[in-house]
Write a protein that binds this ligand. Sequence first.
Ligand SMILES: [Ca+2]
Ligand SMILES: [Ca+2]
Ligand SMILES: [Ca+2]
Ligand SMILES: [Ca+2]
Length: 247
Amino acid sequence: MGFGAAIAGHCDFDGDGRDDMAIGAPGSDAVFIYLGANATSGTWTSSARLTAPAVGTSFGAAVACGHLDGDGLTDLVVGAPRSSLDRGAAHWYATQPGGRTFNLRATRDGTTAGDSFGNAVFAARDFDGDGRCDVLVSARGADAGAMMDNGSVTLLRPTMGGTWTLSSVVGGGAAGEQLGGALSSIGDLNGDGLPDVVVGAPFASIPAVNAGRVAAFTITATGTFGPVLLSVRGAAAGEELGASLLR
Ligand SMILES: [Ca+2]
Ligand SMILES: [Ca+2]
Ligand SMILES: [Ca+2]
Ligand SMILES: [Ca+2]
């Protein structure tokens, strides 16, 4: 994958009220930051190039932004799903004033080789309602015992001290479905006042091989995944429904 393999928009790294962009280039283990379009010239300004803590990790295969530490500047989350024999990792960068410097604040690794933890990341919603955005990280290659590649999604909650803690994990329901192929949120489906999560499992094979499915989950105020709120499946073999979701 090359430049532009993953893009996060609607970020405001420098706090000027204009949207900025993070663009992943996992083939180069890099993420490029562009500060928002100048209203008159329509240009974007390149402000930073983040390089991976370790090379050959597909750093930048996924990028996301959100207000994690409460300092008013949008923070950045970068997935590196090929680190440590495809165990994978997710990195949290704290944006510094001006939007040109990004300090690595925390890293979380996948648990097992082949998990591909960090293949998708999402950080734009406050799921538990504590005022700080929370982070979802996919591991599309995660197994559950003998069930291979059912995939999983992990919820990480930032704390005041600038760390993040593992809050909850939800796993795919069938071998090979790769839950977490894509991540998003669609607002509050169940009316509890907290946003809910939408997850793609593009290789779900009911009713046909790799038809795919998309499932919505609630997250409780204590940061735990609740039951599936709704689920929709692809209809035809190879459809791969849920391979990508609007962010
Ligand atoms: Ca901006
Ligand atoms: Ca921040
Ligand atoms: Ca939160
Ligand atoms: Ca809800």
